[in-house]
Design a protein around this ligand. Structure first.
Ligand SMILES: Cc1cc2nc3c(=O)[nH]c(=O)nc-3n(C[C@H](O)[C@H](O)[C@H](O)COP(=O)(O)OP(=O)(O)OC[C@H]3O[C@@H](n4cnc5c(N)ncnc54)[C@H](O)[C@@H]3O)c2cc1C
Length: 437
């Protein structure tokens, strides 16, 4: 059995690993660089406004995880039907736009339909060379250029021609021709979004789902691991503390992990340098008004706007705002590799407020009672053409030195909280199995 298992991180993946180990009577020691627990599932309260670390809702279909989260908040959660829409050059279009074309200008609808009819007659290639090829084959040129191609570049910071399609899953809806034609005439009667319903804790923001775990864990905060000696099996932290381990599970992003290891072979180091993630500046705004939006979240397609997605926390749970107030959280995306952040995060606040006013979400006379910008260093894995084989090279190397990666940035995958939790559980199982084989 593992004498001393260490987990790096305290987000969903770490929680999954912790749960699996505790079920076998193992109490891991956990360390997080942040001075707060929860990683991306943390929520922050200031002046009565609660904002998550980027908008977080639970739309898991995994029964296990559903039960676990429900139990974590003593069944005190909201179940909401997702209302989602898109902003496109002054028009609000239901999401996914391809199924709701009727709201668009007529000449654009006609052009999209002509091309969609053409591409519908052909199968979508099983192995497209890149994401752009997949989009063109799925939707045609005009829809691709105006909608998913354009949004993708804002969200991932890189054009679809440089991305693979490994990450797609159910994220992009491809209706059949009849649905598209009907949606061009009138709104469809049923929801077409891959998220139909979602859950959110009634109190305390998304972090509510993890709070019970914080109380049970042996967790030390404010400890950033800076180097790991996989032979001596020790971890050194930025404050000089050294911890020894028999087993190490890590939810630290792979590129940062490589930086911590000595004597990494050149090909592995090179692979680590090819991996990149987007970064987010979240602009959080509190307003003395609740009726900010009919939709829970909204995608912004216009290239001249830096806002990428808007979410409205008070519509997830009214307890995230003081009574009579509303909030909007706006994501703006950057990446070291493709779109470096060349200004202070706070510099995004003013232009974002101007954009919200242009879109009609805010009014000129609105009383903005709270605003802040937070920087999220690791947001989404960028699935550029370099990323797939490079991640595997790094993961294989980590396995060879007995470090078990997990979570969104250890698996290097476009996974949500539920899959991150399961990833941590799987990592813990690997560690447990290594002591029985
Ligand atoms: C903007 C945004 C919106 C999202 N929305 C949703 C959503 O609506 N629903 C959903 O299910 N999922 C959502 N996700 C995905 C979700 O956040 C992740 O899948 C999940 O939280 C990842 O958990 P994790 O434990 O793998 O990583 P993290 O939560 O990032 O945890 C990793 C931990 O490791 C710690 N760490 C890193 N380096 C070190 C170090 N050197 N030493 C010590 N500790 C270190 C970090 O501080 C962090 O706490 C969203 C993600 C983003 C970015």
């Amino acid at each position: 059995m593992t004498d001393k298992t260490v987990i790096l991180g305290s987000g969903m993946a770490a929680w999954g690993a912790f749960d699996r180990l505790s079920a076998e009577g193992v109490t891991p020691r956990m360390f997080d660089k942040n001075d707060f627990p929860g990683g991306h599932t943390a929520s922050f309260e200031t002046d009565g406004f609660i904002f998550d670390d980027g908008p977080h809702i639970s739309f898991t279909e995994i029964e296990d995880v559903k039960e676990l989260l429900a139990e974590a908040v003593d069944n005190d959660y909201e179940v909401l039907k997702a209302d989602v829409d898109n902003y496109y050059q002054g028009v609000w279009v239901q999401h996914p736009a391809i199924a709701y074309l009727h709201a668009l200008p007529e000449d654009l609808i006609v052009q999209i339909l002509r091309e969609f009819i053409e591409v519908s007659a052909q199968p979508v290639p099983d192995k497209p060379a890149n994401y752009e090829q997949w989009l063109l084959a799925s939707y045609g040129e005009t829809f691709t250029r105006n909608f998913p191609g354009r949004y993708g570049k804002k969200y991932h910071t890189v054009g679809p021609e440089l991305m693979n399609t490994e990450w797609l899953g159910p994220r992009l809806y491809r209706p059949d021709l009849n649905e598209v034609l009907l949606g061009a005439i009138r709104p469809p009667q049923t929801s077409k979004h891959y998220i139909d319903k979602f859950r959110y804790p009634k109190k305390g923001g998304f972090e509510g789902y993890l709070r019970k775990f914080f109380d049970r864990a042996d967790l030390t905060l404010g400890h950033r691991a800076t180097s790991i000696d996989p032979v001596a099996k020790t971890i050194r932290f930025d404050n000089g503390h050294v911890e020894s381990y028999t087993d190490l599970i890590s939810s630290v992003p792979l590129p940062a992990m490589i930086e911590m290891l000595p004597n990494v072979p050149d090909d592995v180091r090179r692979a680590g340098s090819l991996l990149s993630c987007s970064q987010t500046v979240v602009v959080n705004i509190g307003v003395a008004r609740e009726d900010l939006s009919p939709a829970h979240w909204r995608y912004i397609y216009d290239e001249d706007m830096r806002s990428v997605r808007l979410s409205f926390p008070h519509m997830f749970s009214p307890t995230t705002c003081p009574p009579g107030h509303g909030a909007v959280q706006v994501e703006v995306y950057y990446s070291d590799k493709y779109k470096p952040l060349d200004h202070k995060p706070e510099d995004d606040i003013k232009p974002v407020i101007e954009e919200l006013t242009t879109m009609g979400v805010l009014r000129e006379d609105d009383d903005i009672v709270f605003s802040e910008a937070r920087f999220i260093e690791y947001a989404n894995v960028i699935f550029d053409l370099d990323s797939g084989p490079a991640a595997k090279t790094v993961q294989d190397y980590m396995a060879s030195i007995d470090i078990t990666p997990c979570g969104r940035y250890g698996d290097w995958a476009y996974i949500w909280t539920d899959e991150s939790y399961l990833s941590g559980r799987t990592a813990a199982q690997k560690v447990l199995d290594s002591h029985t084989s």
